[in-house]
Ligand binder design. Structure first.
Ligand SMILES: [Zn+2]
Length: 197
């Protein structure tokens, strides 16, 4: 245990996902030794992330404007929608460079035990997006229990749309895992080998 502000900083850093006590300590001491200008930029970035980030009103991804960069891009294929749980999953799929359609971010996965039902996710918004131009929905929820439950639910909801193909990422992704941790090659393969539901 350190005294006062240093320990407070270590404690706060340690609450971030993926940061263990050792990393928290290392980051804290890095910041202590850092140039004040660097700290200022970090402070600014932290402040702006709360004040300036909005969610895209089409897909739910984090965005700097009312509609995100991907939804505004006229080169993206309007017939394809890739459904993911979180904005970080959009980045994971983008990294594969295999997908040229647009996204729909649910904002989580079905988890009744934690009180997350269909109404807590952006499922209704997804259904309203399916007009005449969408021909395929790729379900790319995480390969774990909640992700599978969400996929099953979505397949049931999407079944009755005429002419709509619903696909799921091919197996090969590590079960129980998180989409964002899959490497680009594995995720790219899972995407190109997706199967119809
Ligand atoms: Zn968007």
């Amino acid at each position: 245990m350190y005294e006062g502000p240093v320990q407070d900083l270590i404690d706060e850093l340690g609450r971030l996902p993926g940061v263990g006590p050792k990393s928290a300590q290392r980051i804290a001491f890095h910041l202590l030794a850092a140039d004040p200008a660097d700290i200022g930029r970090l402070q600014d970035a932290l402040q702006k992330v709360k004040d300036g980030v909005v969610f895209c009103d089409v897909c739910g991804n984090v965005s700097a404007e009312a509609t995100c960069r991907i939804c505004r891009d006229p080169r993206r294929d309007l017939t394809l929608i890739c459904v993911v749980e979180e904005p970080k999953d959009v980045l994971a799929v983008e990294r594969t460079r295999e997908f040229k359609g647009r996204y729909h971010v649910l904002g989580g996965a079905l988890d009744p035990l934690s009180g997350v039902g269909p109404d807590q996710l952006r499922i209704r918004q997804l259904l309203t997006r399916i007009g005449t131009e969408v021909s395929e929905i790729i379900i790319a929820t995480d390969p774990n229990t909640e992700g599978e439950a969400t996929a099953t639910y979505l397949v049931r909801m999407l079944r009755d749309f005429p002419g709509l193909t619903v696909t799921r990422l091919a197996s090969g992704l590590p079960m129980g895992g998180d989409l964002e941790f899959a490497d680009e090659l594995t995720l790219g393969r899972a995407l190109s080998g997706r199967r119809s539901m």
